[in-house]
Design a protein around this ligand. Structure first.
Ligand SMILES: *Cc1c(COP(=O)(O)O)cnc(C)c1O
Length: 642
């Protein structure tokens, strides 16, 4: 590489290339050392920690990549941010009610997350939202604050309802949200039976559709919601049973990752109209729950697209407060407590996945004609001719010829007039000439459409030590984009363009969409991996929805997990180590018995000894290796100092 060009590449160039300033939200940046740092804040003390240092520290302790890092200080900062922004908007607007957040457990159910939110969030009375019995059971144990709400959504059987009601006796503000018409009756019945006054909510169906990937749960197709007629009949039923005084909350949820502030305003307006309607019906109300949907700017573009949003937290809070206030004032109704159920916006920044690159497959490396053995030249003569004549003006023509001659060689191979070595050479030359054509046509004013697609075909493949299905299920399921970049070597200009393949043997086990300046990129700029150490990539903003949706494709299990905080000197403290699944773990998930597997192999080896195929010493080695494999990590293990 040209030394001077290399010298010109700085941390700031890397920051703009990977757009880390835009999506990093102040939590992640590139330090002058060329490494990605995470910035953590606690009690007015800040620390900036190198992810590479953390990765090295883990490897020294024998913990292998891939590893999921969790930063509880970031989670705390997010909780602080949403609460203080809402409180500020309330103050600015002269709104008379207050704000209470509830965290939807399904977004990241890890015990650590629930513990952190209920503990740190206590000062803001941040509560929890549950969508199932299991989540409610976790919530009842962790909520310890009479000022916080537990919003109970989801399908409710008697047991779920009873648990929520008994929570009331423990001094917890559980709210039973009616999402299906039949629930009204059961709630009334169970409340009477247990002699406990419920706090009842109604979940309405907004007619607003919000756009983006995740919005099917809003609009007409939602399963868990009451339409307008059903809202009215629920009110009538409560009235008839003399329980209208228990109706205190109106809830709606437009969907997740809502990119457009306009939909948010319309949704809130419609809900505010329902809210005042319910007050006029005689319900005491007091709580308006606006659901989740507050989006994360994954690509840093601040635009109205699926991976971004066209509004800030302050604008979101201002708009909600204003819409609710204006509508309540017009209707002469007291300002309610605004509850929001933001999940993604709270936890996305909290986790980072670190993975090492295991191997690369590079295309388009040139073969010079004199490297071609004499006896093979005849077969690729035409290809050599294409390469000789290629120039700026005839690129398209050369591309056509190239495809024609490759087809010809493949046909000859089928009929036996071209042998395997000749065909292999031809295929290799084909790609190297393709790369030349791409180089020549790149950056021209007019590039023919066939040539435009070349970049994708010519990209390198980097094999990362991870499974998309286990660690980034939304990449596979809904084409979600996450920021991905190397966490070191950032004082060097990346010279390759690659897609990222995982180690499942699945053709869907790859990432070929990356965040770009104004559009999706199909390749990621990366460095040639160094020979003497791991080349490590970070996948960022993976704290929401990725951890428990993952599956055991090819029996690749949970990754190692480490929580990171910092001490009074600002150095990283690694704790809460969770070992990822071993091979024995994942095999037992699909009902193999590791002991039995071991016994079967022992027996097989014993038979082999008896038959004189191996010695008893060899048998011992085979069994040791088998057991080590069974106890090992499901990911690719590189030998390090252990
Ligand atoms: C999933 C869900 C949320 C969380 O939405 P985010 O977009 O992650 O904030 C909130 N409320 C309900 C009812 C949900 O189903």
């Amino acid at each position: 590489m040209d030394k001077t060009a290399e010298n010109r590449w700085t941390a700031s160039d890397a920051e703009s290339l990977y757009r880390i300033r835009e999506w990093g939200n102040g939590y992640f940046h590139v330090e002058d050392t060329g490494e990605v740092h995470v910035k953590l804040n606690r009690d007015n003390r800040a620390s900036s920690i190198s992810l590479m240092k953390i990765a090295k520290g883990l490897q020294e302790r024998g913990l292998k990549l891939p590893v999921l890092l969790r930063f509880s200080d970031i989670l705390d900062d997010r909780i602080r941010f949403i609460n203080e922004t809402f409180l500020q908007s309330i103050k600015d607007a002269g709104y008379k009610g207050t704000y209470r957040g509830v965290y939807p457990i399904k977004v990241n159910q890890q015990q650590q997350v629930i513990e952190e939110i209920t503990h740190f969030g206590r000062q803001y009375h941040h509560g929890l939202e549950t969508g199932s019995k299991a989540e409610l059971i976790a919530a009842l144990a962790y909520i310890d604050d009479p000022g916080a709400y537990v919003i109970c959504n989801g399908y409710k059987d008697e047991e779920y309802i009873d648990l929520a009601l008994r929570g009331r006796s423990l001094g917890i503000q559980t709210v039973l949200v009616i999402e299906m018409p039949s629930e009204t009756e059961v709630i009334i019945e169970r409340a009477r039976e247990l002699g406990i006054d419920p706090i009842i909510g109604i979940r309405m169906k907004p007619s607003t559709t919000a756009g983006g990937h995740w919005t099917e749960s809003g609009g007409d197709r939602s399963v868990f919601v009451l339409n307008t007629t059903q809202v009215i009949s629920a009110v009538d039923k409560l009235k008839n049973e003399g329980m209208l005084q228990c109706l205190k909350l109106l809830h709606y949820h437009l969907g997740s990752q809502i990119p457009n502030i306009h939909s948010i305003r319309i949704g809130a307006t419609e809900a505010a109209r329902f809210y005042t309607g319910l007050v006029h019906e005689g319900a005491p109300m007091g709580l308006l729950d606006i659901g989740g949907g507050l989006a994360v700017d994954y690509d840093g573009s601040s635009t109205n697209t699926g991976s971004s949003r066209n509004y800030s937290m302050k604008e979101y809070c201002d708009d909600i407060v204003e819409v609710v206030m204006v509508n309540c004032n017009e209707a002469g109704v007291e300002h309610p407590v605004i509850i929001s159920e933001s999940g993604r916006a709270l936890v996305a920044y909290y986790s980072v996945l670190l993975l090492n690159v295991l191997d690369t497959n590079t295309f388009g490396s040139s073969t010079s004609p004199d490297e071609i053995p004499e006896d093979l030249r005849g077969a690729v003569e035409n290809l050599l001719y294409v390469r000789r004549t290629l120039n700026e003006k005839n690129a398209q023509e050369c591309l056509n010829d190239l495809n024609y001659y490759r087809e010809e060689i493949r046909t000859k191979f089928l009929y036996g007039s071209v042998n395997m070595r000749e065909r292999a050479l031809a295929e290799h030359m084909y790609w190297s000439i393709m790369a030349d054509i791409y180089e020549i046509s790149r950056g021209k004013d007019y590039v023919p459409p066939e040539l435009k697609n070349l970049e994708h075909h010519l990209s390198d493949i980097y094999y990362g030590n991870f499974s998309v299905f286990q660690s980034l299920p939304d990449v596979w399921a809904i084409d979600q984009l996450f920021p991905i970049m190397p966490i070191h070597y950032l004082l060097h200009k990346p010279e390759r363009n690659a897609i990222l393949a995982d180690i499942t043997c699945d053709c869907d086990g790859k990432i070929d969409k990356f965040i770009g300046r104004s559009e999706i990129r199909h390749t990621l700029p990366l460095h040639t991996p160094p020979d003497d150490e791991d080349y490590i990539l970070g996948v960022f903003l993976v704290g929401a929805y990725q951890e428990t949706l993952g599956d055991l494709h090819n029996l690749l299990g949970d990754t190692n997990v480490v929580s990171v905080t910092y001490d009074e000197h600002g150095s990283a403290v690694l704790h809460h180590e969770l070992d990822g699944d071993t091979v024995a773990d994942v095999l037992s998930y699909v009902e193999y018995d590791p002991k039995k597997l071991e016994a079967l192999v022992r027996m097989k080896a014993e038979t082999a000894v008896r038959e004189g195929k191996i010695t008893p010493q060899q048998r011992r080695k085979i069994i040791t290796a088998y057991n080590a494999g069974l106890r090992g990590y499901t990911y690719y293990e590189t030998d390090q100092e252990d």
